[in-house]
Design a protein around this ligand. Structure first.
Ligand SMILES: Nc1nc2c(ncn2[C@@H]2O[C@H](COP(=O)(O)OP(=O)(O)OP(=O)(O)O)[C@@H](O)[C@H]2O)c(=O)[nH]1
Ligand SMILES: O=C([O-])CC(=O)C(=O)O
Ligand SMILES: [Mn+2]
Length: 586
């Protein structure tokens, strides 16, 4: 068989699928995207002409645009997101489930004729560096030029990805249409057993940029379980110490709970003087697998940041702010009188137009920017982007950090005793909900490993998969838990957070090296206040007690709740985890 035949047959499946989708959706035209500048320029021009994009101030924000979404389409929709496995138990109580045939039938009627008058874009993409064995490809078919422009920033999109698909033959199929943006006709369906995604009725972020949550987390987590790796909702950062050594840390915090901020951290001045430096590998998703030396190696499957705008400022995250001065797409932010993007927490200016495009009324209690307004920008724009972010083999992980948004009970940081305990710490994570998903904000819920909305299979099997990494020859990272969001009785955050989180990272690295003190408690090793460098931080007595203390009664109640939660998974829940919880509460 000649090479040419092999190549031709490798794209046959893709060509056939595009044809089938076109027959169902009736687009006016089909455009295969190559990812070129010329293609992008034409798309932008078209979106400026039809109002999908608005040009921002060219002097202050060159080549940057504002998109205002439909006001009912501003966040992920977890209640409309389904995992469609043959066996309902494989999706687990953690997912909404629909039988694959029924789901396909329902989606078919929604997609029927939905691209009339529109262009069907074929978007080949690669998640991860184009030459990495850890990377995986997909193709998104969409009728949204906004999605195409975002996918071009967030993934390696276009000709190189298509060439890899041609070589490998396999890819994840993602079909997307914005439909009429009717919240009652909106579904995000996953078929992990067929490596397929179908998303209808939303143009927003995680619902529509299918490489991100749908592929790189829900489908990839299913693949990772079969193939012996992990697909996680984690940032990856590098910490260079004064000796010039770099350690890498991966951290899982729920949506809008601080991943972007930690990934781009700038250490306090004293640390910088001593030679500490943080580099960014990724801010949202981490794929990791054991290397030949037994350590876990991680890549960031994404090529850009889809970051939360509100709260981003020169003070909180200077690296993010520097990244978004140009070549950025802003979604649902406000604008100032001179047409600059603006959001709550940026600075003291008062915007003139709110995220819906209406005159902003400063007297109203409503925020000017939507709380889940976002920026899309290439990772290459970030001053702290690591020179190792594109390494094909990934970076070795020294510590894994779990963390939630907890106003009460949970101290600043603690360390798990071992891997099994660490998996329980991850499984037991709780966090207050945020604006990243539609629904109530500030409600405490269990969000194991920050994967509640993103694990493409039964959480009980997921915890078993995590436990399975603990085997002969493995050199596993230490596991920690942090809480930047502890509040005092007055309702204020007790920990300064942001750059000062460096102090906690330093303690973790010292623990990895066996050089820092701690006290043993039932929840793990806690630092005493003197084990952490607090030079220049002023903490009240209340803050010290709550950030570094262990509340026995509070944790007893918490472990009751965790026990009830684990029971929801029945017999499938690994005994090792159930026993670990019992061991702690005994
Ligand atoms: N108090 C406090 N707030 C923080 C800290 N780090 C981040 N935040 C706030 O948390 C919110 C979201 O943080 P991000 O870093 O954008 O969240 P993310 O985890 O990357 O979110 P997704 O992109 O939704 O997955 C912003 O309003 C931040 O200002 C911190 O250390 N302390
Ligand atoms: O998926 C999105 O829309 C944004 C995101 O990172 C999250 O919600 O965790
Ligand atoms: Mn996220």
């Amino acid at each position: 068989m000649s090479n040419h035949d092999a190549t031709a047959s490798n794209l046959d499946a893709l060509n056939q699928w595009v044809l089938e989708v076109a027959q169902l959706t009736h687009p006016d035209r089909i455009q295969w995207c190559d990812g070129s500048d010329a293609e992008n320029d034409a798309l932008i021009a078209q979106m400026l002409a039809d109002g999908t994009l608005i040009k921002l101030n060219e002097q202050t924000h060159p080549d940057s645009y504002l998109h205002r979404s439909h006001p009912d389409d501003v966040a992920r929709v977890e209640h409309l997101t389904f995992v469609c496995t043959k066996d309902r138990d494989d999706a687990g109580p953690n997912n909404h489930w629909m039988a694959p045939d029924a789901a396909r039938q329902q989606m078919k009627s929604l997609f029927d004729g939905c691209m009339k008058g529109r262009t069907l874009y074929v978007v080949p993409y690669c998640m991860g560096p184009i030459d990495s064995p850890l990377s995986r490809c997909g193709v998104e078919i969409t009728d949204s030029p906004y999605v195409v422009a975002n996918m071009r920033i967030m993934t390696r999109m276009g000709a190189a990805a298509l060439a890899r698909i041609e070589r490998e033959g396999s890819f994840v199929k993602g079909l997307h249409s914005t439909g009429e943006l009717d919240p009652d006709r909106r579904f995000i369906m996953h078929f992990p057993e067929d490596l397929e995604i179908q998303s209808f009725g939303s143009g927003y972020g995680g619902n529509a940029l299918l490489g991100k949550k749908c592929h790189a987390l829900r489908i990839a987590s299913h693949q990772a379980r079969q193939e012996g790796w992990l697909a996680e909702h984690m940032l990856i950062l590098g910490i260079e110490n004064p000796q010039g050594e770099t350690h890498y840390i991966a951290a899982a915090f729920p949506s809008a709970c601080g991943k972007t901020n930690l990934a781009m951290l700038i250490p306090p001045e004293g640390y910088r003087k001593d030679g500490w430096k943080i580099t960014t590998i990724g801010d949202d998703i981490c794929w990791m697998r054991p290397g030949a030396d037994g350590r876990l190696y991680a890549i960031n499957p994404e090529a850009g940041f889809f970051g939360v705008a509100p709260g981003t400022s020169e003070k909180s995250n200077p690296n993010a702010l520097a990244s978004i001065q140009q070549n950025t797409i802003f979604t649902n932010v406000a604008v100032t009188d001179d047409n600059q993007p603006w959001w709550e927490g940026l600075d003291t200016r008062v915007p003139v137009t709110d995220w819906k495009g209406k005159p902003f009324d400063a007297a109203s209690k409503q925020p000017a920017a939507h709380p889940n307004s976002r920026f899309t920008v290439s990772a290459k724009e970030c001053p702290s982007y690591s020179p190792h972010a594109e390494d094909a083999q990934g970076v070795p992980i020294s510590a894994i950090v779990f963390g939630g948004r907890r106003a009460s009970l949970v101290p600043l940081v603690f360390e798990a005793r071992d891997w099994t305990h660490g998996v329980l710490v991850g499984a037991a994570m709780g966090s207050e909900t945020t604006a990243a998903a539609t629904g109530a904000v500030g409600v405490m819920r269990r969000d194991p490993m920050a994967m509640k909305p993103f694990c493409g299979y039964n959480f009980a099997d997921y915890f078993s998969h995590w436990l399975s990494f603990d085997k002969a020859g493995a050199k596993l990272p230490k596991i920690f838990h942090v809480n930047w969001f502890r509040k005092g009785d007055g309702g204020d955050f007790l920990w300064p957070g942001f750059g000062d989180n460096m102090r906690v990272l330093e303690w973790m690295l010292k623990r990895v090296d066996g050089k820092a003190g701690s006290v043993e408690t039932p929840i793990g090793h806690l630092p005493k206040a003197e084990d952490i460098n607090l030079d220049g931080v002023e903490l009240t007595a209340e803050a010290r007690e709550k950030l570094f203390g262990y509340d026995r009664a509070g944790w007893t109640a918490e472990f009751e709740h965790i026990g009830e939660y684990l029971q929801e998974y029945g017999e499938r829940m690994p005994e090792r985890l159930v026993d670990e919880r019992k061991r702690i509460t005994r």
